[in-house]
Design a protein. Structure first.
Length: 410
């Protein structure tokens, strides 16, 4: 276990809802087994004569014990999943003992309720006079903030931040800065569930970003980051919540931190398009290591962005290899849970923290023929190993690059 000072910024609570498991224990158990939940998606509004593959959450846990029925009646899927996930992290970090006006909330994601809006348009487009008045605020991303702050009594700053697929990790970095600057003592980060409709799925496929029908007959084989036979990302519903604060704040509530945040970086490419940038990714890795006062050979584990993109995977490995992480293992979380888009960065930080605590790295599904065999891949079986320091990478359309270094405290 590493030592830490009271001024260190630490992670003290986790919440996770995904298609493979709800709650950190079930999620981690499925992750280590490499248990997937891919299939042809069935949610209303996800298909229109199409057969998009993805992983959907089934039998969402009830929120009746901690949330008002009135709120749930008008809550979108993203909001319902957000409430459930926040409750787990809130309880674990004992936030009910903290001062409400010193707790903040940052939701990673924007435009994340597209399916919900498409379904409402289909229902009320020809008779708009009948649409519920609550749509006047529920269509806004800020509604998720409003719902969570109302239900949990949060009185500090609350807002959303968008960075496409980097939104979750970008929100974590924004929360770190809010803690350091003294805006709040505790900051909750939520990587929001992105609720895609068939329109976004089709557009993403047309871009060449989302996987094709190649594996329609065997969906479990469709998601294959870094494999030669990859043909795009596969969507997976998920939501992750992380509680961030200084160690001195956690000590007041007798909460033991999971990990210390050592270094971080955000960089832009000056590029509207979805294509990745080798220089941009390399720059944030370098800055995060320097801020954390870490050398590449001190990194035990790399959590890559790893979507299964034909171009993106190649560029990311090129940037990673430049740093010669000689001691670092690498696996692919998205190969098991799919790509949560706005949620991905937060969910994969949670996966990293859980793996560090259990000294176990999960397998990579469908990594049969890696595009580069020179890295220290975890293939089809989990392994036991000490993970003291890790780096997490997350990138988004529009040239958003982020990197985050963590040190294990468990």
């Amino acid at each position: 276990m590493a030592n830490y000072d009271e001024s260190d910024v630490v992670i003290t609570g986790l919440g996770i809802t995904s298609a493979i498991g709800q709650g950190k224990n079930d999620f981690f158990s499925a992750l280590i087994k490499g248990q997937t939940s891919f299939g042809i998606m069935k949610r209303p509004g996800r298909q229109n004569g199409t057969s998009f593959i993805g992983a959907e959450i089934n039998n969402l846990r009830s929120v009746d014990s901690f949330s008002s029925k009135r709120a749930i009646r008008t809550a979108s899927l993203s909001s319902q999943v957000g409430l459930v996930t926040l409750h787990e992290a809130w309880s674990e970090a004992r936030l009910y003992e903290a001062e409400p006006d010193r707790i903040g909330l940052i939701v990673g994601g924007s435009n994340f309720q597209q399916r919900e809006m498409l379904n409402l348009y289909d229902k009320y487009g020809q008779q708009p006079d009948y649409i519920t008045p609550t749509y006047g605020f529920s269509f806004m991303d800020s509604d998720l903030c409003g719902l969570c702050t109302e239900e949990f009594g949060i009185r500090g700053m609350a807002f959303t931040i968008g960075g496409a697929s980097a939104s979750g990790q970008l929100a974590v970095i924004q929360a770190i800065q809010a803690i350091i600057s003294g805006q709040v003592d505790i900051c909750i980060v939520m990587g929001a569930l992105m609720d895609l409709s068939y329109l976004e799925c089709q557009a993403l496929r047309s871009l060449g970003a989302m996987g094709s029908d190649k594996y329609r007959g065997d969906p479990d084989k469709a998601c294959r980051p870094f494999d030669l036979d990859r043909d795009g990302f596969i969507f997976g519903e998920s939501c992750g919540v992380i509680v961030i604060e200084k160690a001195v704040s956690a000590k007041k509530r007798n909460v033991t931190p999971y990990a210390k945040i050592k270094g971080w970086a955000v960089g832009g490419d000056g590029n509207r398009n979805p294509n990745p940038s080798y220089e941009g990714e390399k720059r944030v890795i370098k800055q995060a290591l320097e801020l954390g006062r870490l050398t590449p050979d001190q990194i035990d584990y790399i959590k890559p962005h790893g979507t299964g993109s034909l171009i993106g995977d190649e560029i990311e490995l090129k940037a990673i290899k430049d740093f010669k992480f000689s001691n670092a293992y690498i696996n692919t979380t998205k190969s098991i849970i799919g790509h949560g888009l706005s949620a991905a960065g937060a969910v994969e930080i949670i996966a990293t923290v859980l793996q560090m605590g259990k000294s176990t790295l999960h397998p990579s599904r469908n990594l049969i023929n890696p595009i580069d065999n020179s890295l220290n891949w975890i293939r089809d079986k989990s392994i036991s190993t000490n993970i003291q320091t890790a780096i997490c990478l997350s990138m988004g359309f529009g040239g958003v690059n982020t990197a985050l270094c963590l040190e294990n405290l468990q």
